[in-house]
Design a binder for this molecule. Structure first.
Ligand SMILES: CC(C)(COP(=O)(O)OP(=O)(O)OC[C@H]1O[C@@H](n2cnc3c(N)ncnc32)[C@H](O)[C@@H]1OP(=O)(O)O)[C@@H](O)C(=O)NCCC(=O)NCCS
Length: 191
């Protein structure tokens, strides 16, 4: 995983690198059953969150090979982490990326995920020169599908029972956008 090199701003949010001091906030997000319902893992305790956080803060920045950029999301002017988002990129020659993330339940339904994704698309398409970016969702995860639609991703595939997650067969929807389809929104800037 890699860290953001610059703090970035959206209209209401700050996107910054994670720090070990974010452990309490991250633990609070992933201890919720409802947050983990459509994720691959069960609710995490503090030790599991620490292990994930340590990976995130220790990996070097390297945009050449496969890598993941982890982004801590805070409301502008505050330091509490309310969201954990990522931009992953695969195999440089294909220039493919993936976005995803989770928000503390208190902050759902306010357009925050769409705001973060808008900025991750800017980073992916302009800084990392990706060709196509996807979002992968459990087909039942309407909020995830909708938040990706809001920033221009369209449904590209609906796989039927392609994964066995938490004891059941699940469908997966792949949402996608190519750089040629993307219309950047000029509302974010670097610090
Ligand atoms: C997915 C997630 C990040 C979306 O965050 P969010 O900030 O609430 O999303 P936004 O407000 O930007 O957009 C949500 C959209 O989904 C809609 N939505 C939310 N919950 C919904 C539901 N249960 N059914 C249908 N639509 C829903 C909202 O109305 C909104 O659409 P609208 O703009 O047309 O009204 C958040 O729900 C979350 O953290 N979920 C748990 C973790 C998770 O599943 N992450 C995705 C992994 S792929």
């Amino acid at each position: 995983m890699a860290q953001l090199t610059h703090v970035r701003y959206t209209p209401r949010l700050t996107l910054r690198p994670f720090a070990l001091t974010d452990l309490d906030d991250l633990t609070i997000i992933y201890q919720h059953e409802e947050i983990c319902r459509y994720l691959y893992w069960d609710p995490r305790d503090r030790a599991a969150s620490l292990a994930a956080l340590e990976k995130s803060v220790q990996r070097p920045i390297d945009i050449v090979d496969d890598n993941v950029l982890n982004v801590a999301v805070t409301i502008k002017g505050t330091n509490r982490v309310i969201g954990d988002f990522m931009l992953r990129w695969m195999k440089n020659e294909h220039r493919q990326g993936e976005i995803g993330g989770s928000l503390h339940p208190e902050f759902h339904h306010q357009g925050f995920a769409s705001e973060v994704y808008t900025e991750l698309l800017v980073i992916g398409f302009t800084l990392y020169e990706l060709h196509r970016i996807v979002g992968r969702c459990d087909a039942r995860n309407a909020a995830s599908v909708r938040s990706l639609e809001r920033v221009g991703l369209r449904e590209e595939a609906h796989f039927i029972e392609n994964e066995f997650v938490k004891g059941e067969w699940t469908d997966e929807i792949v949402m996608a956008i190519r750089k040629s389809e993307w219309a950047p929104r000029p509302n974010a800037r670097e610090a």
